[in-house]
Write a protein that binds this ligand. Structure first.
Ligand SMILES: [Zn+2]
Length: 122
């Protein structure tokens, strides 16, 4: 289950890359070693991007609907805590942090995603 690892997963990362290409957004890199291992960074602008899977990161729109055992509820709560810690730690080091939900990667929502990304990228 590759979904457990990291913030997003290969599939969501590839979808964000397709989006970047379609939106002609350049300057991003993968495989950053910054705190929390962001999925993408814009090193010039010091922006860290995480793609958060709806289930594992407790998206308010999708995660709550599924049947969850206590074990998973606890695990997801811990993921969310870690996400907040990572975001805070990066901000303290002068990064701006952009978190994209898995569900925001749907092609039909790319216009909205584009606005969100440009709000941070400038
Ligand atoms: Zn979601």
């Amino acid at each position: 289950m590759s979904r457990i690892r990291g913030s997003g997963n290969k599939n969501t990362e590839l979808r964000l890359i397709s989006f970047f290409k379609a939106a002609q957004i350049t300057g991003w890199r993968r495989g950053s070693r910054a705190i929390g291992r962001p999925d993408f960074v814009f090193p010039q602008k010091r922006i860290a991007v995480f793609v958060d899977g709806c289930y594992w990161h407790g998206c308010p729109r999708h995660s709550a609907r599924r049947n969850q055992t206590e074990y998973w509820k606890d695990k997801i709560a811990k993921n969310r805590q870690r996400d907040r810690r990572v975001t805070r730690a990066l901000r303290e080091q002068g990064w701006r942090v952009l978190r994209v939900w898995e569900h925001e990667l749907a092609k039909k929502d790319w216009a909205r995603l584009c606005k969100k990304v440009h709000q941070v990228l400038g």
